[in-house]
Write a protein that binds this ligand. Structure first.
Ligand code: GLC
Length: 458
């Protein structure tokens, strides 16, 4: 009897294990690394949130925050007038900032489509003062600058008549009876098909698409949505079938499905270490805004400084990750001055310091970061980069680096930094052990926001 019970339990366990680890894509770990090689190398991309909300100019969630019903909100389509839209300018600014790829909202939660679609009238081509497939021009311009192309597509849709009212919807009611009433006649089967149809358009009408950002799932709690609501497995299979080399983010609620996602997306916070899943380090990209909201928000005053943004980029790379930095263009199709200023300043730094970013990752454990510095490492060129967040006085002590370094220089001008002796001070002589290196630095901080020391390793 006990034996049978044991067998039953065992088979239950193995079955549930098997169902917990379904697989929707056949690929070895090496093949995955190969497919993601450009993304892992490039490290820095531009996110763009642009839609009707840009003309309300008070958050891309304004429809929800101000509880604007779809019939009311769709009136903004008549005023959407991107007369200054010049994606070639955007692409130039992205490239000059050192960004290597870009991801744009083709449709955000509001449901308005910025691309040509057969499945709704709610699209930019029908906006009387626009009349354009904005995505087509964008793809052409960004591709021409050599940037990789990514599409953001919202799984939520607050405009579609079949999308059931859930707790995030602008017209979400307070009680259950009301939900039932509002959802009468809404058919998520039709909505799922709509999503697949549009994703098919996006992944067949614009050539090779390098990355897709599906956003997002909220399956826990009442009136949420997740993999069943989106048919995430079917959707991701479709994406991979249409664009086998594409890279997919992790927001379709398929974290336990092999092939269901490629990288993780910590949003608006700094990770403390390289993120892991099941004890294994995973590819990751943090997405961050300049000022808090993703869409253009005229009156927001919480803009991060260039320095904060650079530190964000450097720290991401130092933990093996990417940074996707967002711009929210105005309704006229321009980047406002605050965004332009920051992009330019980042570009100024990147123009001379990008070797500490591209192709770099976390430094080997055998190198300890000196105080107030962040390390990155290029495993191909075997160079270690020390980012000086706080500029030291005259010299920097590299504990345990002796015997490991062939040559030391600043990165921005590749000027030599000499190995020095301990100054005449008992303390320093005690601090400086034979395993250590002391590098001499000019007293005056070079004219670089965050100076970088490049060490060519043995
Ligand atoms: C969130 C928000 C959204 C934004 C996105 C970017 O999920 O809903 O407004 O587009 O994150 O990561």
């Amino acid at each position: 009897m006990k034996g049978i019970l044991f067998l039953v339990l065992l088979s239950l366990c193995t079955n549930s294990y098997a169902t917990a680890q379904p697989k929707i894509w056949n690929e070895t770990e090496e093949q995955k690394q190969e497919r993601m090689a450009w993304w892992t190398h490039d490290r820095f991309g531009m996110f763009i949130h642009w839609g009707l909300y840009s003309s309300l100019a008070r958050h891309e969630w304004v429809m929800r925050y101000e509880k604007i019903a779809p019939e009311e909100y769709e009136k903004y389509m008549a005023f959407f007038e991107p007369d200054l839209y010049n994606p070639k300018e955007w692409a130039r600014m992205a490239k000059e900032a050192g960004m290597k790829y870009a991801v744009i909202t083709t449709k955000h939660h509001e449901g308005f489509c910025m691309f040509e679609t057969k499945y709704t009238d709610y699209q930019s081509i029908n906006a009387p003062l626009c009349r354009k497939d904005l995505i087509r021009e964008w793809v052409d311009a960004f591709r021409a600058e050599g940037l990789k192309i990514g599409f953001y597509y919202s799984l939520l849709d607050w405009h579609h008549p079949d999308f059931t009212i859930d707790r995030l919807h602008p017209i979400a009611p307070k009680d259950t009876a009301e939900y039932a009433k509002l959802n009468k006649g809404r058919d998520m089967d039709k909505y799922r098909q709509y999503v697949k149809n549009q994703v098919t358009e996006l992944l067949t009408n614009y050539g090779k698409i390098d990355l897709i950002w599906l956003d997002y799932s909220y399956p826990t709690g009442d009136y949420g949505k997740g993999r069943k609501d989106w048919d995430s497995e079917g959707l991701v299979k479709l994406v991979r079938k249409l664009q086998p080399e594409i890279i997919i983010n992790d927001r379709a609620d398929l974290l336990d499905v092999e092939g269901g996602w490629d990288f993780s997306t910590p949003e608006q916070y700094k990770v403390t270490k390289w993120p892991e899943r099941d004890g294994k380090r995973i590819p990751w990209e943090t997405c961050q805004t300049f000022s808090g909201s993703w869409g253009y928000y005229r009156d927001e005053t919480t803009w991060k400084s260039t320095r904060q943004l650079l530190v964000l980029l450097i720290e991401s790379v130092s933990k093996g990750g990417n940074l996707l930095l967002n711009v929210g263009p105005t309704a006229r199709g321009t980047f406002d001055n605050r965004a332009q200023e920051r992009l330019e300043a980042i570009g100024k730094w990147m123009a001379v310091n990008s070797p500490s970013i591209y192709g770099c990752t976390e430094a080997p454990d055998s190198f300890q970061a000196p105080e107030n510095t962040v390390l990155t490492y290029n495993p191909t060129t075997k160079r270690l980069y020390i980012h000086l967040l706080d500029y030291p006085l005259d010299r920097i002590l590299l504990k345990g680096y002796a015997g490991k370094v062939k040559h030391a220089q600043f990165l921005h001008d590749r000027s030599e930094l000499k190995f020095g002796d301990a100054p005449f001070s008992i303390t320093y002589q005690e601090d400086l052990q034979k395993e250590d290196i002391l590098l001499e630095l000019p007293t005056i901080k070079p004219d670089v926001e965050i100076p970088v020391i490049e060490l060519i390793l043995e």
